[in-house]
Write a protein that binds this ligand. Structure first.
Ligand code: GTA
Length: 329
């Protein structure tokens, strides 16, 4: 799979290696949430840790709650994948210390040059209590939501309690991340913006992750979709795949294209990830393939209004509390 091994710079992206290497500190809604700062001062030197929300030795990441200049913040640190195109530099330019040798086996501590030893840092500041809960490791419960449950429990809850989508509006209005747009269709009804998801460092296609954000602002989620939205969904599917083929040389047969239910952000968006990359939230309990969504709406315009949908909620998610209060769990 040569496409999968191919690194991004030099393969059709216009972004310079320096630019794509920059660690991101885009925040969600800090004073309007426009996050195009150039690499600058180390704002994290001021960060005071309160607690570790979760961590994973396997995924090599840690989610930390703390304070940044007296404001609540969540910081996510994640070691980035080792790129094939950096191997020569890694072998030549590192310091190596032997840890143990036994027969044909030996292990070393390899101290890579700083530019090959980056950690991706994501900062959410000011973070709401909901952000803190979102990133906290917690037990999950599968919820069964009928069309009526959606109307009586979920909809009233999300109308009051969901995350701000200011960051989405900033993208649509080119107030943030404008330089990262991979493809855009300006048409108001079927148009969308395709750009790298902020979980992706864009250095290699192995973990490719883009999102397509619909220009229409009144579609909250899967539940709002009817056959009327088929031209929009088909446009995102078709043009999104074409743009990814052109930019990253990855064919549609290598893509997992899906919507989340429940999403975190209630403005219609579609996830494009590389098949084989286990992106957070790509499991069957949360991801709905766009191809299936299109077919379901073609056979029944009211499919997502009437179907029972299943999804996991974390133990202290307020929505789970509402399902409990309503005796639905
Ligand atoms: N380009 O400002 C942004 C931005 N924001 C605020 C969110 N996204 C953004 N993309 C850009 N700029 O894929 C992306 C998110 C997500 C999508 C929204 O928009 O990265 P969703 O509405 O379905 O929400 O999709 P979802 O999937 O719950 O959100 P998210 O944040 O991906 O959380 C899912 C789980 O992924 C988390 O619980 C956590 O376990 C994990 N996760 C989240 N962020 C990171 C991270 N930076 N590194 C590693 N794991 C992470």
């Amino acid at each position: 799979d040569t496409a999968a091994k191919r690194e991004i710079h030099g393969v059709g992206t216009e972004e310079s290696p320096q630019k794509v290497k920059r660690a991101k500190a885009d925040n969600e809604n800090g004073g309007g949430g426009v996050g195009n700062d150039p690499e600058s001062e180390n704002i994290l030197s001021e960060f005071k840790t309160s607690s570790v929300l979760s961590d994973s030795a396997r995924e090599k990441n840690i989610f930390i709650h703390g304070k940044l200049a007296d404001r609540e913040a969540v910081v996510i640190l994640e070691k980035t994948p080792i790129r094939e195109d950096s191997l020569d530099e890694l072998f030549m330019g590192s310091k190596l210390s032997l840890e143990m040798r036994n027969d044909i086996y030996s292990t070393y501590r390899l101290q890579a040059p700083p530019q090959l030893n980056e950690i991706k840092a994501t900062v959410v500041c000011p973070a709401t209590e909901k952000h803190v809960k979102k990133y906290q490791r917690q037990e999950s419960f599968l919820v069964e939501e009928t069309g009526e449950d959606y109307q009586s429990i979920t909809l009233p809850y999300i109308q009051k309690q969901s995350f701000s989508v200011q960051w989405v509006h900033n993208i649509l209005e080119k107030k943030a991340e404008a330089e990262k747009i991979v493809y855009e269709d300006p048409e108001p009804e079927v148009g969308f913006v395709l750009l790298p998801d902020f979980k992706w460092d864009q250095k290699q296609v192995d973990d490719l992750y883009l999102i397509a954000i619909a220009r229409q602002r009144d579609i909250r989620s899967l539940r709002d979709l009817t056959a009327e939205h088929l031209p929009l969904l088909q446009n995102i599917f078709q043009r999104g795949k074409e743009a990814i083929l052109q930019r990253y040389k990855l064919p549609a047969s290598k893509l997992r294209v899906y919507l989340h239910y429940q999403p975190s952000y209630y403005h219609l968006h579609v996830h494009f990830t590389k098949l084989g990359y286990e992106a957070p939230g790509c499991g069957v309990e949360r991801a709905h393939l766009l191809a299936d969504v299109i077919q379901n709406l073609q056979s029944d315009s009211r499919f997502y209004k009437s179907r029972t949908l299943y999804f996991p909620l974390r133990a202290d998610d307020g929505l789970l509390g509402r399902f409990r209060e309503a005796g639905r769990l």
